[in-house]
Design a protein around this ligand. Structure first.
Ligand SMILES: *Cc1c(COP(=O)(O)O)cnc(C)c1O
Length: 384
């Protein structure tokens, strides 16, 4: 069996063990400890935010952010539709209703046009959302200037789901630092990993400190166990934070490596008529977490699923683009604002889209193999 080529697998730096060893040597396995404090300070410094709270997952960080914004039963939260389910699940945890917003072609991210339409309507119905969840898909920044201007005009706080975009920047400002809260994920497939974990960042250090309180069962200051509000068990372990600290040291290298992977795909496949890579907005620097592209069915006869199957036969992992949340059974009946009338961009991106192996630890030979299989399958169908 040939070695499997993964979509995005963990890529250790080699320094992780030193931090883990320190946790063991001092017996700070749990709870919390120097690695957690260090990792929080280092992420805050890296991103340029005032505060950061290390938690057990990106999903937990989103849940905490929504909770801190007072989202509850019967509230609405606007949310990117083209994203992983983890972005929106916490809206349901709190009993609120998601309203999904379409993407635009320029960024694949939340469409300012659709968002504006949704805000105008919500205002007219006196049902403005408690928050807007903006996702930076596959490491590409959303149109933050336009989106922030809109949300500020309506006074709606923004949560930036930067789970996929750690290390990216928009007009020189780091991804995850635009809204009231930003969220990072260190899940195993992300650009850096703690095997599992997340981070909540904000310039509001009081809210960050409250997030730590909520994430440790909301225990009041008292000698006995006293609780006045609902809390969670969401803190990151001190051992895993050690992995994160070593990973963060090489984040910029990882971004460069993923961008180089993307460049090699473009070099090899950029001229294929009907094949388009996810664009990068002017003035922005994406981390190219995953190289993603679309196949135009008018020009390319092989479907994304066929190509995924063909790659799988060669032990290569490729994936469809996220299935939009407004098309997911679990969100049936939720409101959705398309980019244009009869123009559902996220659905089209889903139907035509494909994510290619993009790991920073993929060798050039492995990538050549991926490219070879793709070209072979594109030309095979073209000749038929
Ligand atoms: C990975 C991811 C999350 C969730 O992160 P976890 O750490 O796996 O909980 C949230 N949003 C997006 C867009 C993601 O890709």
């Amino acid at each position: 069996m040939k070695n499997r080529i993964f979509l995005s697998s963990p890529h250790m730096s080699g320094n992780e063990q030193a931090y883990i060893k320190e946790a063991f040597d001092t017996n700070w396995i749990a709870p919390l400890g120097a690695n957690v404090d260090g990792f929080e300070a280092e992420i805050a410094a890296y991103a340029g935010s005032e505060g950061a709270a290390a938690v057990s997952s990106g999903t937990a960080a989103i849940h905490l952010a929504l909770d801190l914004l007072g989202v509850g039963q019967g509230d609405t939260v606007f949310c990117s539709s083209l994203t992983f389910i983890a972005t929106a699940n916490p809206i349901l945890y709190l009993g609120a209703d998601p309203v999904f917003i379409d993407s635009d072609e320029e960024s694949w991210n939340i469409s300012p046009v659709a968002l504006e339409r949704a805000l105008v309507e919500a205002k007219a119905e006196d049902k403005l959302p408690k928050a807007v969840l903006i996702v930076n898909l596959y490491g590409q920044s959303a149109e933050m200037d336009e989106l922030m201007a809109l949300c500020n005009a309506y006074g709606i706080p923004v949560i930036e789901d930067a789970a996929e975009s750690l290390g990216a920047s928009y007009k020189g400002k780091k991804s995850g630092t635009f809204g009231k809260f930003g969220v990072f994920s260190f899940n195993g497939n992300k650009i850096i990993t703690t095997s599992g974990g997340g981070m909540l960042v904000s310039d509001d250090v009081e809210q960050i400190s409250r997030s730590r309180f909520l994430a440790t069962q909301a225990r009041d200051q008292a000698k006995h166990y006293q609780h006045s509000v609902v809390g969670y068990n969401y803190r990151m372990s001190n051992v895993l934070a050690g992995i994160g600290r070593a990973q963060l040291e090489v984040l910029d290298e990882r971004v460069k490596a993923r961008r180089a992977v993307f460049e090699r795909y473009v070099e090899a496949l950029g001229e294929v008529d009907g094949l388009e890579f996810m664009p990068e907005l002017e003035g922005t620097y994406g981390n190219r977490w995953l190289t993603t592209l679309t196949l135009d069915p008018e020009k390319i006869k092989v479907t994304p699923y066929k190509l995924i199957d063909a790659l799988a036969e060669e032990n290569i992992e490729a994936r469809p683009v996220w299935k939009p949340l407004h098309l997911q059974p679990v969100f049936e009946g939720c409101k959705f604002y398309a980019h244009g009338e009869n123009d559902d961009v996220s659905q089209r991106l889903f139907e035509r889209g494909l994510c290619l192996p993009s790991g920073s630890n993929m060798s050039i030979e492995e990538q050549h193999k991926v490219i070879e299989v793709i070209i072979h399958n594109l030309t095979k169908t073209a000749m038929k």
